[in-house]
Structure formats: C-alpha cells, structure tokens
Design a protein around this ligand. Structure first.
Ligand code: IVH
Length: 734
C-alpha cells in the first residue's frame, strides 16, 4: 500500500543541498562505498534528530515538511542498501516518529477475517438459501445490507473505555500498530461516550478518504510539482501508515465503524443493534445500513445503493449482507477465512477498450503455461492497466472451458483492439475484441508447445471423465523447470505456507539464482545456515545483506522448523491441495510420520490406503489422484524426505482434547433433526473428532438418524458403536 504513495517511492536520486556533517549527500546509495554509507547515516541521524527536537519541542522548524521527508527517505534508502550499517540511534528505530515498515506488530485477539464475494443476483439468492438450509430455518432470517467501503480495515481496542491500540488488518492474524496515527482521525473517539461500557471493546471498521479530500490533495501535489496519488483507497492506506503521525494528521482520514472483535460483553443481540450501540459510543456508522427479510429486498437495496454510488462522498465497491441475529452468526461460523453469515456483493467490473500489443507466456508453479496480454496502458476505473490474463490457449482461440465458443468464437490477435474488464483487485481480463479494428496483417496467435523456460514438452492432459483435453497446457519438466522451482519455493515460503519472516518472493528468487547459495528445493532453505557456514562466499557479504540481516534470516528459518503440519502440507504445492485440503489431511493423519506412511502406500497403489484417504470428508478422486502422482514421483519423494530431515511439523491443535470424542473417527448418517450435517461436522471437529464420510474398521462412532441405510448396516457388521442424534448430544454434553 505504502508503495503507492509518492512519499514511499522515488527514494533514489534525491539530491540534498544542506550539509550537516561529513556525509555524501549527492551519491546514489547503491553506488556508495561502506565508508561513505556509514558517514552518510551518521550525518542523517544527527540531522533528523535535530529537526525532530525542533518539531516536537515546539520550536520553529528550520526546514519544510517535504525537506524533512526527503531526509528520512534518504536515510531509509541508505539503510536498505546497507542493512548491516543501521545505527543503534537510527531515526528509523525511534518510537514516536516511527519509520515505514517499522511498525510494531500486533496480534489480533480475534482474527480479522475477509468476506466471500457474490457477483450476481443469483449468487445472493444462493447465499440466502445456504443460510436457511444450514440453519434449517422455518421462518425467514433477518439480514442487514450496508455499503462496502473501499478503504482499509482497522481494529481499535478500548480498555476501560479508553483507546489503547489501533491495528491494521495485516494478514488477518497480525497487523501493524498504528495507534498514534489513528489518534489523529477525528471520527475515532479516544474515549468512548455513554455509560455501561464493557471493560474490553474492540471496534472494527474502515478508514477511508473522501473523494473530495483526495482530489484536493492531488491538486496540491500537482501545484507542488509532485507525483499524483492513484486513488483514495491507496492514499488512505499510505496516510495511515505514515512514518510521522503529524503527516497523518494533515490527511483528512475518516472512519466508519461496522464490526467488532474481542468484547468482554456483547451488549446487543443483533448486528443492527450493535452498530447502533457503536454510534452511541461515539463512532460514525453508515447511514445506508438496513435490515431485510427476503433476498429480493437485499437486491433492491443493492441496486438503490448502486444508483447512488456516484453521488456518495466516498468510494464503495459493493454491498455487504450480514445475518442480523448474532446467535445465528455463531451457529453459522466460518469457512476458511470468511464468515458463513456474511457476503460482499460486488459492483460489476469497469470496462475499457485498448490495443493488445503482445502476448507473453508465463509458466506457473504447477507448470501451467498462462498467456498474458500486454496492453497499451489504459485507465480503467481509476487504475492504469497494462496487463491482463488470457487464461489459456483456448481462450485466445475463442473457445470456453466447456468447449463452446466464447466472444462468438472470435480469436484474439496481437494488434487487436480489445475490451478490458477490471473488478476490484483481481487480475484484469480481456472480454471482447473489435474485429472492425483488426489490422490487415494480424495473424492468429500460435501457442507454444514447449515450455518457454526449460524447453520441455508442454502438454494438455486429457480429462478422464469428459475425454476432452484440459484447457491448460503444462510443462512436463517438473523438477527440472526453473520456473516451477522458483515458483514452488515462493509458494513454500508464502504467508499461508511456511511463512518465513524476511524470506519473500524477492529473496527466494535471489537465493535460487545465486551461484553460491543455490537454494533449489525447500530442504535447501533449511540447510542455508549450514551451507553458508561452509561456503567461502557468505550471505553477509552479498549485496543488500549484512551480518545482522543474515543472522536474523537464519534465525527466522530455524524458527519455522516446527511449522504446523497443515502448513507443511500446503507448502508442498501439490496440485489440488489447497489450504482446506491440507488442513483436512493434517487433521486426519495427525502427524508427518503417519502422513508419510499413508502417502507411500498410496503411491505404491495400495487400494486400502486410497479408500482411507477418500473416506476423509471433502476429499475425492481428484485430490487422491494428485497426491498419488506427486508421491509417486521419485524426485518429489526425495525432496520430501530431505525436508523432513530438516523440519518436524507439529500435529494439528486438538480442538478439545478433553471431549469424549477427541481423536475419534465419527460418521454421521441418516437425517439429523437438531442440527444440519454441516453443523454436525463443524461441532465434531471442534470437539477434536475426525469426521469421515464412510464407515470402515477405523470408524469409532456412527451417529445414525432416521432413514440410515447401508452405513448403519456396515457399522453393525463391523461392530462399530452406533448412537442416535440424542445420544450424540448426551455424549458430548451439549
Ligand atoms: S464486515 C467478518 N462490513 O471488506 C467480516 N467489511 O472483503 C468483517 N469492508 O476486510 C467485515 N466495508 O475491510 C464489513 N460494511 C462492511 C465493510 C467491510 C468494507 C471491508 C473490510 C474487510 C473487507 C472484506
């Protein structure tokens, strides 16, 4: 986010005129010697401290804000070029005048989740039906509808009615402490109003900038000859994450409260009631929020808000629907990272016409060859678009995934005038082509049949069921294809996989390509420290690294040797094994050892192992095939075992080990009356049980409702303990 704001970019090449010491103000940090960098940092530390003291001591400043910002940026640029020269008294370390990317981390007491999206009226009706079905409701539920503010979410914590911290969403679990900056936003009360305020109150909502404020700011930037900001949302994000809260204070940020996190007491039983309570505590809430009792009413409100969109003072990108009753929200719970009780109905994407300048082929981590459209830059909905996805070979030809024509069968050629669509943050798409504008010399695009990265054959698998070729062409180079390896490594260290601090895409690419470090597979990452110790050319001597940063990285890597099993599995990057499947596998097998045994048997074609795998609720033939293929590949197995020599994945947290069903394998069958099947599964898992879809010798308990058939019979044959739904509630004491 901050990268979008001019204050954070263009750090190189700032020429300083004043000289408060023996620095080297004219030189680009990347061209500096270590001695020059050290003396420059010394000069800057003294200069910034001097100006800070003037500013915070209330004395008249000697330089303008812009000059002051330039000093800080210069300091940061030199520090980034020479991380090991960062001084103890560095201005970036000083609290109070915090530096970019140096915010303290805050762990959210309750994670900040995201919302699932709906794109059509149909999606909204499905959402409604899902809720009714899940809860087996006899009467109509109430749902709220309110604008989806296009800003950034912020969590505010009050203790004893006083604001104690403000944190950005971050990755949902850990955010950045921006308390000082949040205090400058007038919509955010520092002390809650009214009485009967719970001891702990966490209020969540959206920080945003009005369209007018954004335009005024940009006009000022223009007058000062500075680069313009992209859109209100990025500007708000950049402003909230300012180094100096005095800068934030000058930016007119606003805040809508719409949700909450930890609460020592929840004063109201409904979403609407809670939002009204937030308003009584002194927050600004959105005036367009309403309660409805039918999907058609939600849709009518959505369209009314859509009509009003342009005249609203702030940007919105859709309408959020939420189940009103909090008790029902609780019963609905969550799937992965979004609540089942809410959805964001997004406004349709924005479109524009431009010229297709070229088609590049990218090779993804799974070997998929993806064509990317290079476009004549065009602004779509306030954002400059230069690339768009073309999905696959057939898409370029005008054939859809189902083999039917798309765009009336019109193909895409370099030189064509094409229609681009952009929706939210998703990659823009090429929707249509104007044949009348096609140049006479445009030729059909020839899709490569070899991998542009490693030269291996690229093939389209034939789908067993349909007998049709898969729309995706894939490189067969597996572990020899560097495109895949680098991508696999990036996936491996990514946030939802191993999540190694300080090891992002950039560093992985660097390690992968570095002739001394040669990190070629996931196990190599964990051998980095050891290999570095043996190597003559050490990481600390590499450009951009130093003793401190290298040691810090090695420590961060070591810290992840006890990664959770689900992350370990997800990190392997196996086709069709996403986060949820990885979690299901981790929960079912319970340990890396058990998983290894099962996967070896699977790869050896052991049918019992396969049946066992497929018995896991949510796992079918596709995942089983993908796992079989992965573990049958010797190269993969070798790396997998090497990796397990380096790491010891931790078994999944047992939800509730004291429960009578903890560790047991449970099957539900027949119709359940007091809970739906989904609820039953969620409840059993919460209590530490594994839920299976089929009865086998491994089943510990069968919960059979009326109408139970073959599963009940099999359980009786196998002597599996069988109870009814009431028996279940008695057993678990609910
Ligand atoms: S509710 C558990 N309500 O949208 C759900 N979110 O895509 C909590 N957002 O991260 C979110 N307006 O930053 C909610 N009226 C609204 C919202 C809203 C904007 C943002 C929020 C969230 C994102 C999810």
């Amino acid at each position: 986010m901050a990268g979008q704001c001019p204050a954070a970019i263009s750090i190189a090449g700032i020429s300083m005129t004043e000289n408060t010491g023996n620095g080297h103000p004219g030189i680009d940090p990347s061209d500096m010697t270590r001695e020059q960098a050290a003396s420059e940092l010394e000069r800057l530390a003294a200069a910034i401290l001097h100006h800070d003291e003037l500013y915070h001591g209330g004395d008249a400043p000697e330089i303008s804000d812009a000059e002051y910002d330039a000093l800080r940026r210069r300091n940061l640029a030199v520090e980034q070029a020479f991380p090991d020269l960062v001084r103890e008294d560095s201005p970036t370390k000083r609290v109070g005048y915090v530096a970019l990317d140096k915010f303290e981390k805050v762990r959210h007491a309750i994670p900040m989740l995201s919302l699932d999206n709906a794109f059509s009226d149909e999606d909204v009706r499905d959402f409604w039906d899902r809720i009714v079905r899940f809860l087996k409701l006899e009467t109509r539920p109430e749902l709220t509808a309110e604008p989806k503010i296009d800003g950034l979410s912020l969590s505010l914590r009050y203790e004893g009615g006083r604001l104690v911290s403000a944190a950005t969403r971050g990755d949902g679990t850990v955010g950045e402490n921006v308390t000082q900056n949040a205090r400058t936003i007038t919509d955010i009360p520092t002390v809650l109003a009214g009485d009967k305020i719970p001891e702990i109150v966490e209020v969540r909502g959206e920080v945003y900038m009005t369209k007018q404020a954004f335009e005024m700011l940009n006009r000022r930037m223009e007058e000062e000859g500075k680069p313009q900001y992209v859109n209100p949302r990025n500007t708000a994000a950049g402003s909230l994450r300012q180094l100096d809260s005095a800068v934030t204070a000058q930016r007119p940020l606003k805040f809508f409260a719409y949700a909450w996190g930890e609460m020592s007491e929840v004063p109201e039983p409904t979403q609407m009631g809670m939002v009204e309570q937030l308003a009584k505590w002194g927050f600004v809430t959105n005036p367009l929020m309403r309660v409805f009792t039918a999907p058609e009413e939600l849709l009518a409100h959505y369209h009314a808000i859509e009509e009003e969109r342009a005249s609203l003072a702030y940007d919105i990108d859709g309408v959020v629907y939420k189940v009103n009753e909090l008790a029902l929200q609780e019963r609905l719970g969550f799937v992965a990272r979004s609540p089942r009780w809410a959805i964001a109905h997004k406004f349709p994407a924005e479109k524009a016409w431009t010229v297709l300048k070229g088609i590049d082929i990218q090779v993804g981590r799974t070997g998929a060859l993806t064509p990317v459209a290079r476009l004549e830059p065009i602004t779509v909905g306030g954002v400059v678009v230069t690339n768009a996805t073309l999905h696959n070979e057939d898409y370029i030809k005008g054939i859809g995934n189902d083999g039917q024509p798309i765009r009336d069968g019109k193909d895409l050629r370099v030189g064509d005038t094409v229609m681009i669509q952009r929706a939210g943050d998703v990659i823009p798409q090429v929707l249509d082509v104007d044949l009348e504008k096609r140049p006479a010399d445009a030729v059909p695009f020839e899709f490569p049949t070899t991998c542009p990265v490693c030269g291996s054959h690229a093939v389209r698998e034939v789908n067993e069921k349909t007998g049709r070729a898969d729309s995706v062409r894939r490189c067969t180079g597996g572990l020899v294809c560097s495109a895949q390896m680098a991508e696999r490594l990036k996936h491996f260290v990514s946030r939802n996989a191993f999540d190694i601090e300080g090891l992002g895409d950039k560093q992985v690419a660097f390690f992968y390509n570095d002739p001394d470090l040669r990190v070629r597979n996931p196990a190599d990452i964990f051998r980095l420290r050891e290999n570095d110790a043996k190597s003559l050319k050490k990481l600390k001597d590499k450009e951009g690294w130093g003793a401190t940063s290298a040691a810090k990285l090695f420590d961060a890597i070591d810290a992840r040797r006890n990664v959770e099993l689900r992350r370990f599995i997800f990190g392997l990057g196996i086709r069709h094994v996403g986060e949820q499947t990885a979690k299901d596998l981790a929960r079912y097998y319970g340990s890396a050892e058990a998983l290894t045994v099962a996967m070896k048997r699977l790869a050896d074609g052991d049918m019992a192992a396969r049946e066992d795998l497929i018995s896991i609720d949510g796992i079918g033939n596709t995942v089983a095939d993908a796992l079989t293929e992965f573990f049958a590949e010797d190269g993969n197995m070798r790396v997998y075992e090497e990796l397990l020599e380096q790491v010891s994945p931790e078994p999944p947290e047992q939800a509730d080990t004291s429960s009578p069903v903890a560790g047991k394998t449970v099957v539900f069958t027949g119709s359940l009356e007091r809970m739906t099947r989904d609820e039953a599964k969620a409840m059993a898992e919460r209590l530490g049980a594994k839920v299976s879809g089929s009865v086998s010798a491994k089943t510990d308990l069968l919960v059979a409702g009326p109408g139970a058939g073959s599963k009940l019979k099999k359980a009786q044959e196998l002597g599996v303990e069988t109870i009814d739904e009431d028996g279940w509630f008695e057993l678990v004491g609910a």
